[in-house]
Ligand binder design. Structure first.
Ligand SMILES: CC(C)=CCC/C(C)=C/CC/C(C)=C/CC/C(C)=C/COP(=O)(O)OP(=O)(O)O
Ligand SMILES: O=P(O)(O)OC[C@@H](O)CO
Ligand SMILES: [Mg+2]
Length: 234
């Protein structure tokens, strides 16, 4: 089995460059929450400029930084990044978000940094999230559907990371459990609606890695720290 950067992660903090931080909170404070890695990304309002600004603000702090681009044109070349986590959306309504954007990226770039590039196999579950609209995802999925997608990702497409994405809402525990049971070698990321110790602990019992996003923008450092603790305790 190949090694991946996330092999010993429990917790990822996702910072959206299009969103503000709570009053008095700095990027340095977020870097110091004990999270295992920071992913910089979001769906709407993403530009090279706001990406660079967040990466630069986090660069001097001692936490691994990854960019999660929402399209090829916002990928930045910044040495402070450990690398790139590139989504592919398994249940997207258009092949553009499965392989099309990726083909365009490779075609236009010509000088890919494969040693710093990994893929995240997304299953998008919240129909009200921007990412669902953006990718026209079919979110009407049963636990069996989700488990089958996870197996396809792992066994047929060799994906090392499966990302169950409930962005903006807390997911169905039975579905997360089904995804967990379906993944054997690949690492299961769960993200969506984690807002305190208990919600983090619940999803961390099923997923290998929990991702916390909006909480950092809405509540701040103490709340994020609680979720880091829960991820470690699980
Ligand atoms: C090939 C390259 C370089 C890029 C394409 C990458 C793809 C397929 C992107 C589609 C999926 C996507 C937009 C991923 C971005 C990360 C993400 C899921 C952010 C969460 O989104 P929301 O929470 O819905 O959005 P906001 O918080 O911005 O409203
Ligand atoms: O913002 P939240 O709901 O925490 O979701 C986290 C992450 O999965 C978003 O891509
Ligand atoms: Mg979001």
């Amino acid at each position: 089995m190949t090694t991946c950067p996330w092999d010993d992660w429990n917790h990822v903090l996702k910072i959206d460059p299009d969103k503000d931080l709570p009053e008095g909170v700095t990027y340095g404070d977020l870097c110091a929450t004990g999270t295992d890695a920071i992913e910089v990304g979001g769906t709407m309002g993403i530009t090279e400029e706001n990406m660079e600004a967040v990466v630069d603000a986090c660069a001097e702090h001692d936490v691994p930084l990854y960019q999660e681009p929402s399209s090829p044109d916002v990928v930045i070349d910044n040495r402070a990044l450990e690398g790139y986590l590139i989504p592919t959306v398994l249940n997207a309504g258009s092949p553009f978000w499965i392989t099309g954007a990726h083909k365009e990226w490779v075609r236009l770039d010509g000088d890919m940094d494969w040693d710093r590039t990994w893929t995240e196999a997304y299953i998008v579950m919240n129909p009200d999230a921007d990412v669902a609209t953006y990718t026209e995802a079919d979110c009407d999925l049963s636990a069996e559907d989700v488990a089958a997608y996870a197996t396809v990702a792992e066994r047929m497409f060799g994906q090392e990371l499966v990302y169950l994405e409930y962005s903006g809402t807390f997911g169905d525990e039975d579905i997360v459990e089904a995804a967990s049971e379906a993944t054997d070698e690949s690492t299961l990321f769960y993200g969506g609606g984690i807002h305190d110790y208990d919600s983090a602990a619940t999803m961390a019992t099923h997923a290998d890695v929990i991702v916390v996003g909006d909480l950092a923008h809405d509540e701040g450092v103490g709340a994020v720290r609680e979720t880091v603790e829960a991820a470690r305790d699980a």
